[in-house]
Write a protein that binds this ligand. Structure first.
Ligand SMILES: Cc1cc2nc3c(=O)[nH]c(=O)nc-3n(C[C@H](O)[C@H](O)[C@H](O)COP(=O)(O)OP(=O)(O)OC[C@H]3O[C@@H](n4cnc5c(N)ncnc54)[C@H](O)[C@@H]3O)c2cc1C
Length: 555
């Protein structure tokens, strides 16, 4: 007897299938997406749903390998990457996954086009977005640093479209003394002849095969804490192509992101160049963090979309209780709620990206910059959490198959789990958001943006939905003012609820604004349905645990 075999879920062209992406682009480009932009996105969409997705399934059991010694006893510390990652590196250069953001062609929309590509590329390349994010961050940091020599030396490679010339960059910040509390770093910088050299141990370095890195170290004699750290530029290999006084101790054995070669490194007199002076390195690396957090947010949204795309296709194929899952009312509700979360995350991300593009193209007034700082933390922390929830629910949509490794589904959950951790945990970013709120001025700027979204809405149901966003934001701001008067512990204790409320409120307002545009210009009510569904979810997350109870329970 031939048993029944369930057909696996399929992916189509990931650009053509993504109404949300196409609609956002149409709006940003004033109604019509330029032909050249569509062409390149469609090509990437085809790869992402086709060749790369198939390679990803075939590559499932491959992992990067550290070869520490050669046959003749020489220490070499070479890391061999997986076939998909090698292909991804080439494609990343050719498609300009980093370069597009720096090219003049699309003006202030360069970042929007770049991240549309990232959105398609990321979920089919086993987190190759990780080295690309740091590469983008390094290019931005060097350009902003005012160090023309270093910028001229490295940036042309970092933004090259030639795979033979393209460089990636690492970001070596975390040490075992602290990742969030990076001011506790122990790496020492000493003068050596005309230059500098570094000694220390870097505890998490994900782009371990990169040609360069930006790293923090404390010049001997500097004060303890963050201010005493300087930002250094390191080229990882000497002229003979060997690691330059760097040892790779081991690769981390991680829950997910297993294709990412995250290494522990020893810097043993590694030659380094100060990027901008010999103090204040944490301040100088902020552009890196802005970029990596933006990448993280887009990757969160695109993981959500991948889980949903597969679950949606499976729902049409899988029959239970006499009909396809896609016609079971409760399954339909489940998928709809996931889609609404995805669209919320997507619009939050592409608002941040739009802002970034405007700032990079000259809109540097205080309000826009304050909003960018606030939105960077807000978007990263909100979408990181959403990605974990959505990917977990998405694999449940497959029943037992979602839990079986060779379906290629569980990896989406494992890889999503890193998104709230690296580039600043949810708590750490919530505290950073408090700093970004300052005297409340930047919050008022965000509130004005939400008001602008509300003004754009004319459809009755959208007017009602956007008012949910306004009310939640007002409650959060009232809480902030009251807590600020009660002192720091009160502010910190509920900072996460405050941050998530603001993030979800902003996302809802942006969804409503876009939904009105889509009704008017595309005669499409999908975006409205998503906004209404999201408005019915828990937007306000302000209700925290009383501090005394929290202390009792956490102890
Ligand atoms: C797969 C992976 C790859 C990575 N790659 C890199 C890399 O390439 N380069 C790099 O520099 N780093 C990298 N990291 C490190 C990562 O950025 C850090 O792990 C992260 O910033 C958290 O730091 P930590 O591990 O020291 O945790 P800790 O800072 O010790 O945090 C532990 C917990 O305490 C919470 N916490 C900390 N401070 C506070 C506070 N004041 N109030 C409330 N809660 C708090 C945190 O939210 C967290 O839940 C990587 C991490 C992973 C998992």
């Amino acid at each position: 007897m031939q048993p029944f075999n369930q057909p696996p879920p399929q992916l189509g062209n990931q650009y053509d299938d993504d109404r949300v992406l196409r609609s956002m682009l149409a709006r940003r480009f004033g109604g019509r997406i330029p032909v050249a932009v569509e062409e390149v996105l469609r090509e990437m969409g085809e790869l992402a749903g086709g060749e790369l997705y198939q390679m990803q399934l075939a590559d499932r059991l491959n992992e990067p390998r550290l070869v520490q010694w050669d046959a003749w006893g020489n220490r070499i510390d070479e890391i061999e990457l997986t076939p998909l990652w090698r292909r991804a590196e080439c494609l990343a250069a050719e498609f300009g996954l980093v370069a597009t953001g720096y090219e003049a062609e699309h003006g202030a929309l360069a970042r929007t086009v770049q991240f549309a590509l990232v959105h398609l590329f990321h979920p089919s390349t086993d987190v190759y977005s990780c080295p690309l994010a740091m590469t983008d961050g390094a290019a931005r940091t060097l350009l902003d640093s005012g160090n023309c020599d270093l910028a001229e030396r490295a940036v042309p490679q970092l933004i090259s479209r030639d795979p033979g010339r393209f460089w990636t960059s690492g970001q070596w910040m975390t040490e075992s003394t602290g990742g969030s509390d990076v001011g506790a770093s122990e790496t020492i910088a000493r003068r050596q002849g005309d230059g500098w050299a570094l000694w220390g141990r870097k505890w998490f370095t994900s782009a371990a095969t990169s040609q360069m890195a930006l790293t923090l170290a404390r010049p001997e004699g500097n004060a303890p804490g963050g201010r005493g750290l300087a930002l250094f530029y390191v080229e990882t290999r000497d002229e003979a192509g060997r690691l330059d006084r760097i040892q790779v101790l081991r690769l981390k054995d991680k829950l997910g992101t297993r294709k990412v070669p995250t290494a522990e490194l020893i810097l043993d007199g590694t030659p380094a160049i100060p990027v901008a002076g010999t103090t204040d390195g944490i301040r100088q690396i902020v552009p890196m963090l802005t970029m990596t957090r933006t990448w993280n947010s887009v990757c969160a949204a695109s993981f959500m979309r991948r889980g949903i795309a597969l679950a949606r296709d499976f729902g049409r194929r899988r029959v239970a209780f006499g009909r396809p899952l896609s016609r079971q009312p409760l399954h339909v509700q489940t998928l709809a709620a996931l889609q609404a979360e995805y669209e919320a995350a997507f619009h939050l991300c592409f608002e941040l990206i739009h802002l970034l593009g405007r700032v990079e193209h000259g809109e540097r007034d205080d309000d826009t910059r304050a909003l960018l700082r606030l939105m960077t933390a807000l978007t990263k922390l909100t979408t990181g959490k959403q990605a974990v929830t959505v990917s977990t629910e998405a694999i449940e949509c497959f029943g037992g198959a979602g839990y079986v490794e060779d379906t290629g589904l569980p990896v989406i959950v494992r890889d999503s789990q890193v998104l709230p951790i690296w580039e600043g945990t949810t708590n750490v970013l919530s505290l950073e958001l408090l700093k970004a709120c300052g005297d409340g001025g930047p919050l008022a700027v965000l509130r004005r943006r939400i008001t602008a979204c509300a003004r754009a809405c004319r459809d009755d149901r959208l007017v009602a939905a956007v008012s949910v966003a306004g009310t939640a934001a007002d409650r959060a701001m009232a809480w902030y003012r009251a807590a600020a008067e009660s002192g720091r512990p009160a502010l910190e204790a509920h900072a996460r609820g405050f941050a998530l409320t603001l993030g979800r409120a902003a996302a809802l307002a942006l969804m409503c604004e876009h939904a009105q545009w889509s009704l008017d210009h595309e005669q499409d009510s999908h975006a409205r349905a998503a906004a209404l569904a999201f408005a019915a979810s828990r937007i306000s997350q302000l209700d925290g645990i009383e501090p005394d109870d929290a202390a009792m329970l956490a102890d």
